[in-house]
Design a protein around this ligand. Structure first.
Ligand code: GCU
Length: 592
C-alpha cells in the first residue's frame, strides 16, 4: 500500500500560506453581547510555543497526524502536550525575556471536556480579544479567524463538541502594512490571547444584542430599548424590566429585531453619581441582563452637555499597559489607574489608541469616569485599501456593540493623527457614519493634527465630527511656543474642541534646569505654559494631556527613554508622580 507520509506537506512549496484561512471570519455580524451571562471560563494554563515561521498554519499541525494511513508512526515538529504552559489571558512578551520582542505566530493548545446541557442549547466559544489575528481550530477542523487586536469575537460550536476536545488557537501579531494599525505605531506590539476565553451556552433563540439608553432629547425621562434576537423564533414579544424603578414593559420583535421607547425617569449617571440599574430583557426562554447607567451626552454650539449641564472634560490619555502584565491588566490595576486619575482631578480618560478591555469600561461605569474610546486608525494606514477599511469598520462595530450600554463611554473616536488626504477623508468619514448609524446617542470625534503650515484647526474631517480632538506639541516637538496662541487666534471652530494631546518627555526623577530636555523640570515648564494658554480659550471643553504614565515603545531609543515613551505624568509602574502631575492636579482642582 503506497502511502503519503502523514506530515510530508506541500507547505514548503506554498508562499501564500494564509490564503486557505481567509474564510470564515468572525466579525461584528457573528458577535453577541454577553451582558451578565455566565461564561464557562477556559482561562488558565494552555500549552504554548512561539512559531516564528508560522509552521503550524503552513504544515497544518492542528490536524495532529502522528501516523500514516497504514498506522506507521510519523515524526512531527510539534509536541502539543509536552509544550510548556502559559497562563491565558497573558501577553507572551512579558512571560519570558526571550519572548519580549517576539512578533509572529504563537500557538496555544488545550483540551476541553464538554458535557451537554439543556436539549436544544447552542454553544459558543467567546474570545475577549487576541492580538492581532487569531486562527481557531477545534478537533482538527478550522472554525475561522478574527483580525483586530483588541475586540471580542465568537465562534458557534453547537454540535461540534465531543466529550473531550482539542482546541488549537494560532495568534499572530506580525505587523502587516494592511492591518489597522499598520506596521508602524508608537506603542509596544504585544501579542497573545491577552484577554479571556470562555464557553457560552444559549437557548436556540437568544438575545444577541440589546441597547438600553436614555433618549438624548433633554427630557431625561425616555428610555429607548432595541433588541436583536438570533434563532428561529424571530417574531414575538420581548419583556423589559428595571426592577429598582418598578418598570416593566414589552416590545414587539419582528423579523428578529424590535425597538420601543418607554417613559422612565431614572437617577442620572454622572462621575459624581455613577448610578447603575439592573436591566433585564426576556425573550422566549432567554434572559439577558446588564448593569446600566442612564445619562445624556450631547453638544450645543461649542458646549459639551452632560445631562444638560455644560462640562469641561478633565481628562488624561492612557494606553492599556501594566509593567507586569503588558496589555493584560488585572481589574485591580484598572481600578488603581482610575483611582490615581480621580486623585489628579480627572473625570474623563482618553483610552488610546485601540479598544481597551471590556472590564475597563465596566469599571469606569462603577467608579464614575467618562471615556473616549478609539479604534487604531493611526497615522498612515492603507486608506485606499477596501480590506483595511473593512478591518477598521469591523473593529469599530465590535467596539460599539460591546460597549454601547456603558454610561461611561461618551465619545467614539475614529482615529488619531492622520494626514488630511482625500483617501483618509473618505475612509474616516465612513467610520464616522458607522458611529452615527450604529449609535446616535454618543459623540463622534478623532484626534486631528494642527495645520502644519499656518497654526490653525483646518482638518476637513471636522465636518463629520461632533467634537474636535486636537493634538499639539508646542514647546516639545515644535519648540516655538508662540504658535500655540496663534493656533487659537487663527481658528474659529463651531464645535467643542478637546486638546487630545500635549506634553513632553521626562525621565522619572531626572531633575535639572527648566530648559533641559527630558527633565521633569522641563516637562513641568511646558505643562505650565500649555495650561496658561489653554485655560483662556473658551471653545476648549476638555483636555487629555499625553500621557498618564510612561509606556513601552520600540521607537524610543534615546538613552533617557530606554525604549519607553517618557511623556507620562507617572512612572511606568505608576508609583512615581512627576512634577507635571501636580500642575495638572492644580488646574483641574481649580475647576471643581
Ligand atoms: C502622537 C501620538 C501618540 C504618540 C505621541 C508622542 O501624537 O498620538 O501615540 O505616542 O504623539 O509622540 O509621544
Amino acid at each position: 500500500m503506497t502511502t503519503t507520509p502523514a506530515n510530508f506537506n506541500s507547505e514548503i512549496h506554498r508562499v501564500d500560506f494564509l490564503a486557505p484561512y481567509a474564510e470564515p471570519q468572525a466579525n461584528a455580524e457573528s458577535f453577541f453581547d454577553l451582558g451578565t451571562r455566565p461564561v464557562e471560563s477556559l482561562d488558565g494554563p494552555w500549552h504554548f510555543a512561539i512559531d516564528p515561521f508560522d509552521t503550524c498554519l503552513r504544515a497544518r499541525w492542528f490536524e495532529e497526524k502522528y501516523a500514516d494511513q497504514a498506522g506507521r508512526p510519523c515524526p512531527t515538529d510539534f509536541s502539543f502536550d509536552e509544550w510548556e504552559e502559559v497562563p491565558v489571558p497573558s501577553c507572551w512578551n512579558v512571560l519570558k525575556p526571550e519572548w519580549k520582542w517576539f512578533e509572529g505566530s504563537g500557538v496555544y493548545v488545550r483540551n476541553l471536556d464538554f458535557h451537554p446541557g439543556e436539549s436544544g442549547e447552542r454553544v459558543f466559544l467567546a474570545f475577549a480579544g487576541a492580538a492581532y489575528a487569531a486562527y481557531v481550530f477545534l478537533n482538527g477542523d478550522y472554525l475561522g479567524w478574527h483580525r483586530g487586536g483588541s475586540t471580542p469575537f465568537r465562534f458557534e460550536v453547537t454540535g461540534k463538541l465531543k466529550a473531550r476536545n482539542r482546541l488549537v488557537v494560532v495568534v499572530r501579531n506580525a505587523r502587516e502594512v494592511e492591518n489597522v494599525p499598520t506596521n508602524n505605531f508608537d506603542w509596544f506590539n504585544y501579542g497573545g490571547l491577552h484577554r479571556g476565553v470562555g464557553l457560552v451556552r444559549l437557548p436556540a433563540t437568544f438575545v444577541k444584542a440589546a441597547s438600553v439608553t436614555l433618549v438624548p432629547d433633554g427630557s431625561f425621562s425616555t428610555v429607548a430599548v432595541s433588541v436583536t434576537v438570533d434563532g428561529a423564533e424571530r417574531d414575538g414579544q420581548a419583556r423589559v424590566e428595571i426592577p429598582e424603578l418598578g418598570f416593566a414593559g414589552s416590545l414587539t420583535v419582528a423579523g428578529g429585531v424590535g425597538s420601543a421607547e418607554f417613559d422612565v425617569t431614572p437617577q442620572l449617571w454622572s462621575p459624581d453619581n455613577p448610578k447603575l440599574y439592573d436591566v433585564v430583557i426576556r425573550y422566549g426562554v432567554d434572559e439577558w441582563s446588564d448593569r446600566i447607567g442612564f445619562r445624556e451626552i450631547r453638544v450645543d454650539g461649542n458646549e459639551v452637555l452632560l445631562n444638560g449641564v455644560p462640562v469641561f472634560l478633565r481628562g488624561v490619555c492612557s494606553h492599556e499597559e501594566s509593567d507586569l502584565h503588558g496589555r493584560s491588566l488585572t481589574d485591580e490595576e484598572i481600578r488603581e489607574t482610575f483611582r490615581i486619575a480621580k486623585e489628579m482631578g480627572c473625570d474623563f480618560m482618553r483610552l488610546a489608541h485601540y479598544p481597551h478591555s471590556r472590564a475597563t469600561s465596566r469599571i469606569a461605569d462603577e467608579v464614575g469616569v467618562m471615556l473616549w474610546e478609539e479604534v487604531p486608525v493611526y497615522w498612515a494606514i492603507m486608506f485606499d485599501s477596501p480590506s483595511t477599511l473593512n478591518d477598521a469598520d469591523n473593529q469599530l462595530r465590535e467596539l460599539i456593540l460591546r460597549d454601547r450600554n456603558r454610561a461611561s463611554v461618551i465619545i467614539w473616536s475614529v482615529g488619531n493623527e492622520n494626514a488630511d488626504t482625500d483617501a483618509r477623508l473618505a475612509f474616516m468619514s465612513h467610520l464616522a457614519d458607522t458611529c452615527h448609524d450604529l449609535d446616535p446617542t454618543r459623540l463622534v470625534s478623532a484626534a486631528c493634527l494642527v495645520n502644519p503650515v499656518i497654526p490653525a484647526i483646518s482638518d476637513r474631517l471636522v465636518d463629520k465630527l461632533d467634537v474636535i480632538g486636537l493634538n499639539e506639541y508646542y514647546g516639545w516637538y515644535d519648540p516655538d511656543f508662540d504658535k500655540l496662541p496663534a493656533l487659537f487666534a487663527n481658528s474659529h471652530p463651531s464645535k467643542p474642541v478637546i486638546i487630545t494631546e500635549f506634553g513632553a518627555d521626562a525621565t522619572p526623577d531626572l531633575r535639572g534646569d527648566a530648559d533641559e530636555l527630558y527633565t521633569e523640570d522641563h516637562q513641568l515648564q511646558i505643562y505650565q505654559r500649555q495650561i496658561e494658554v489653554l485655560s483662556t480659550i473658551d471653545y476648549i471643553k476638555g483636555a487629555t494631556p499625553w500621557i498618564f504614565y510612561d509606556f513601552r515603545c520600540p521607537r524610543r531609543t534615546h538613552v533617557l527613554q530606554g525604549y519607553y515613551n517618557r511623556k507620562g505624568l507617572l512612572s511606568p509602574d505608576k508609583t512615581h508622580r512627576k512634577l507635571a502631575f501636580t500642575a495638572m492636579q492644580n488646574w483641574y482642582q481649580s475647576m471643581m
